[in-house]
Design a protein around this ligand. Structure first.
Ligand SMILES: Cc1cc2nc3c(=O)[nH]c(=O)nc-3n(C[C@H](O)[C@H](O)[C@H](O)COP(=O)(O)OP(=O)(O)OC[C@H]3O[C@@H](n4cnc5c(N)ncnc54)[C@H](O)[C@@H]3O)c2cc1C
Ligand code: SF4
Length: 320
């Protein structure tokens, strides 16, 4: 690990000043410390943001809830009102890693975690994402990789919370250039769709302050499939949110994770589901639309039927 300075910021403005162009924000440290130890990230200063005031709060409201960037995944899991109001978010949080990791992993860190591609994580491999000229996964070990991408890197976003927040149509409030900037979840990851070196759309120094979730959708659900029961990322995850009256959906949104560099959503599927009575056939047709155009690689073709089944089951969970 390269030497770095360390500072604790007591305000968001001082955090931004301290981190400058070559520092990194330190939240729970689950991802960042591993990246530093493996020489995948170099920072001349680590700015501990855990003492920033107000960012560890969960606030309820009639139209929106806000969840601070320093709220831990464990706090979401343990919050009885979140479990009632946003069950899909609660389920997504409960499936993250292990209890020990959930206790320290923050919302901001979970959304900003780097690629889990094993070529990216190997310190001696300089693939496209690290500025090299080749994606080794394309013709190599691509079991965990994407079915969709807008560039030559096929590493997917693996944050459970990103999938759940996308289905709930949440917005990230990001401190950028001294101003609070609102970014939908699609926007928060768009750069990773276009640019192989990006993990998300954050610029150096951007600080996620909180996530705002509209209460417009009364039902939500989340499911994932993983190799291991715990302590592992999903192979595919799926979240759905909607209102359901007499079995009929309104404002439906479905999102998938671990199959694209952005949380994968298809407006045509949301439009198709709007006003429909939920049954197996409808859920299956929506899954067809969501997975249309999927481009599996040599070892990840299994993700297509897996995602199809998860979409159907997650949607049917909305019936209650
Ligand atoms: C064994 C293991 C299993 C895991 N399984 C899962 C899983 O199943 N699902 C899942 O979703 N995740 C999983 N994770 C990932 C884990 O949830 C993340 O590593 C963790 O949430 C990161 O949060 P942190 O607070 O520790 O972030 P840190 O490690 O402190 O930071 C991570 C990155 O985010 C940046 N950052 C932190 N906060 C902010 C902010 N507010 N604004 C801007 N940038 C910020 C940091 O600079 C750094 O680049 C797993 C991790 C491990 C080690
Ligand atoms: S998928 Fe992306 S991170 Fe993995 S080897 Fe290819 S370019 Fe690198």
């Amino acid at each position: 690990m390269k030497a770095f300075e360390y500072a604790t910021a007591l305000s968001t403005d001082s955090a931004r000043q301290l981190v400058a162009d070559h520092g990194a924000y330190l939240a729970g440290g689950n991802d960042l410390l591993g990246l530093l130890k493996e020489y995948l990230v170099s920072a001349n200063i680590l700015v501990n943001i855990k003492s920033l005031p107000g960012l560890n709060q969960i606030e309820s409201g009639s139209k929106n809830w806000t969840i601070g960037a320093l709220v831990t995944v464990g706090q979401i899991e343990g919050h009885a009102e979140i479990k009632k109001t946003f069950p899909g978010l609660h389920e997504a949080a409960s499936e993250v890693a292990s209890q020990q990791i959930r206790n320290v992993a923050t919302v901001g860190g979970n959304l900003s975690q780097h690629s889990r591609c094993w070529y990216y994580r190997h310190r001696d491999t300089v693939c496209l994402k690290k500025g090299g000229d080749l994606c080794y996964a394309r013709n190599g070990e691509n079991r965990y990789h994407s079915l969709f991408t807008g560039n030559d890197c096929i590493s997917p976003v693996v944050s459970n919370l990103a999938t759940a927040f996308t289905a709930l149509d949440a917005t990230a409030i990001v401190l950028r250039d001294g101003k609070e900037t609102r970014m939908g979840l699609a926007e928060l990851y768009q750069k990773a769709w276009e640019n192989p070196t990006a993990h998300n759309s954050l610029n150096p120094g951007d600080l996620i302050l909180k996530i705002e979730i509209p209460t417009a959708r009364r039902r939500s659900a989340y499911l994932q499939a993983s190799d291991k029961h715990a302590f592992d990322w999903a192979l595919v995850n799926c979240a759905a949110a909607a209102n359901v009256v007499d079995g009929k959906l309104s404002q439906p949104r479905v999102a998938l994770g671990c199959i694209s560099p952005v949380p994968h959503q298809v407006q045509a599927a949301n439009d198709f589901l709007d006003g429909k009575i939920l049954d197996d056939a409808t859920a299956s047709q929506a899954a067809d639309l969501i997975l249309k155009g999927a481009q599996p690689h040599e070892h990840n073709g299994y993700k297509v039927p897996l995602a199809h089944a998860l979409i159907r089951r997650t949607l049917l969970k909305l019936k209650g």
